[in-house]
Design a protein around this ligand. Structure first.
Ligand SMILES: NC(=O)c1ccc[n+]([C@@H]2O[C@H](COP(=O)([O-])OP(=O)(O)OC[C@H]3O[C@@H](n4cnc5c(N)ncnc54)[C@H](O)[C@@H]3O)[C@@H](O)[C@H]2O)c1
Length: 267
């Protein structure tokens, strides 16, 4: 009997949102590297097409606006038409802006909640019927954030969405476990993508590892959660943050080196 190699995704079909760049792109690349076929969804059409073309025959791009149920229906149909099944959904797409609560523009609050929380909700609604129709159950990975487990100054809207996504994840895990569908959340710390470009540094004083993370480091965790190696994990939340959520680092290190303190930006 031949077994699927451990940690691999051969035979798996995945839909990854926000895959035109950043973590979503890294996740799509890691999935294909492990043998999956991947549909990349994003509102950035040119960028997304380019990534899919670069990945070759095992990848396909679909224009997807996660706030639109019709757009989701189209993406799921295209996945089924192209690859015959849908096993994995990665709800990665999000937008990020910061503002103190009292200064927040109500329209921007709604926009963030719509993309970062309603989007994954609609994605679960669209993808699960296809997963149930398949032979292998399924896996959903929701990309939350360290801003979804702690309060961070000026992260009222984004934090509310990312906290909400954890609640959605756990609830979906409870509701879908009977169908063999696992649902887990990933909580990245600061990761080096366009979203964090304004930070302009690879240092991260509040992380035990002292640096921000690379998209590939999150992608490998997502691939594990999507694979059968994680067959008994559901409703879980896994941090990928260099230790930023483990506790507080001293303001100056015991060796006297300066600057490891609080206040580093978390997403
Ligand atoms: N970068 C970080 O430090 C960090 C930290 C914690 C969590 N996260 C989370 O990781 C995920 C990926 O973030 P990233 O850093 O790669 O950001 P990014 O901005 O580089 O990528 C986000 C992608 O989502 C897409 N997107 C935005 N709105 C969309 C919509 N309505 N429909 C479809 N796609 C849409 C964007 O076009 C973009 O390609 C997000 O959920 C983000 O909240 C990021």
């Amino acid at each position: 009997m031949t077994e699927t190699p451990r940690g691999q995704l051969a035979g798996t079909v995945a839909l990854v949102t926000g895959a035109a760049r950043g973590m979503g792109e890294a996740i799509a690349r890691e999935f294909v590297r492990r043998g999956a076929r991947v549909v990349l969804g994003d509102v950035l059409v040119d960028e997304g097409r380019k990534v899919a073309e670069d990945l070759g025959e095992h990848a396909r791009f679909v224009p997807l606006d996660v706030t639109d149920p019709d757009s989701w229906a189209h993406a799921v149909t295209l996945t089924l038409d192209t690859y015959g099944t849908l096993d994995v959904l990665v709800n990665n797409a999000a937008i990020y802006t910061t503002s103190p609560i009292l200064d927040e523009d109500p329209a921007q609050l709604e926009r963030i909640l719509k993309v970062d929380l309603v989007g994954p909700f609609l994605g679960i609604q669209a993808a699960v019927p296809a997963m149930k129709a398949g032979a292998r159950g399924g896996a959903i990975v929701n990309i939350s954030s360290q801003a979804g487990v702690q309060g961070i100054w000026a992260h009222g809207a984004y934090g509310a969405a990312k906290w909400g996504l954890r609640g959605l994840s756990r609830t979906a895990a409870l509701e879908l476990g009977g169908d063999g569908i696992r649902v887990n959340a990933v909580l990245p710390g600061a990761i080096d993508t366009a979203m964090t470009a304004h930070l302009g540094t690879s240092e991260h004083p509040a992380a035990a590892l002292g640096r921000i993370g690379r998209p590939e480091e999150v992608a490998r965790l997502v691939a594990f959660l999507a694979s059968d190696d994680a067959s008994y994990l559901t409703g879980a939340e896994v941090a990928a943050d260099g230790g930023a959520s483990a506790g507080r680092m001293p303001v100056s290190t015991p060796s006297g080196g300066g600057g490891r303190g609080e206040g580093a930006d978390e997403k």
